[in-house]
Write a protein that binds this ligand. Structure first.
Ligand code: ZN
Length: 216
């Protein structure tokens, strides 16, 4: 029998991405997957095809043209010893559902089901909007930075728009000082509802006070 290739590296570039993404998604779902075969030489495909036909054993394949030989298919089993191909726990169906989500073809949907088999077309790409773990983290980080900037801006706006009607402990010290000066010098007279001091108003009063100093 010819060599059995199990490395994902044997697949085409987009099939490698498909296979690795598939494995990552299966892991997220708690599915313990083992790759049993990836690339298959035509010689091995021919040997497998002969099995049950011209050589002893059960038939294991229905075709001489497999996507394994085109490096675009992989076979799996579950890692439970003695139950590698047991589907009573729905293992293969769950893997099939993961594949469907990623646009990967599952052999379990065929007329003659081949549950351990998965493959992609030459033109396969990650589905639009698919976000793997790394993308999510990157997005989260950006979002956190954005929130921090917005929170800082809200604090600034609160400081800028806060209204202080009374000269008391709530009013910042520098503002208290200028309000007292402005009141004592008749620059502000109040509205009857308090001083209505804001940061901008207080800063303007400071400029007036500085001008007064020079004028006197
Ligand atoms: Zn296969």
């Amino acid at each position: 029998m010819s060599k059995v290739y199990k490395s994902i590296d044997e697949l085409t570039a987009n099939a490698q991405l498909a296979c690795r993404t598939f494995l990552a998604e299966c892991e997220k779902c708690g599915l313990k997957v083992r790759i049993t075969e990836t690339y298959r030489s035509q010689k091995r495909q021919n040997e497998l095809y002969a099995q049950g036909r011209t050589t002893p054993g059960e038939k294991v394949t229905w075709t001489l043209n497999s996507r394994h030989t085109g490096r675009r298919a992989w076979d799996i089993c579950q890692t439970i010893k003695g139950r590698e191909y047991d589907n009573s726990n729905g293992f293969f169906d769950k893997c099939g559902a993961v594949a469907k989500k990623l646009g990967i073809i599952w052999g379990g949907t065929w007329k003659t089901p081949d549950r351990p088999h998965f493959e992609v077309s030459k033109s396969w790409t990650l589905p639009n909007g698919y976000k793997g773990e790394e993308h999510d983290m990157e997005e989260m980080k950006k979002l956190q930075e954005k929130v921090a900037i917005l929170e800082k801006r809200v604090t600034e706006l609160e400081e800028e728009t806060a209204v202080y009607n009374y000269i008391d402990e709530n009013m910042p010290g520098w503002m208290k000082e200028i309000t007292v000066w402005a009141r004592d010098n008749g620059v502000i007279t109040g509205t009857g509802n308090g001083w209505g001091m804001t940061k901008t108003k207080a800063e303007t009063l400071v400029m007036i006070k500085n001008a007064h100093k020079k004028l006197n």
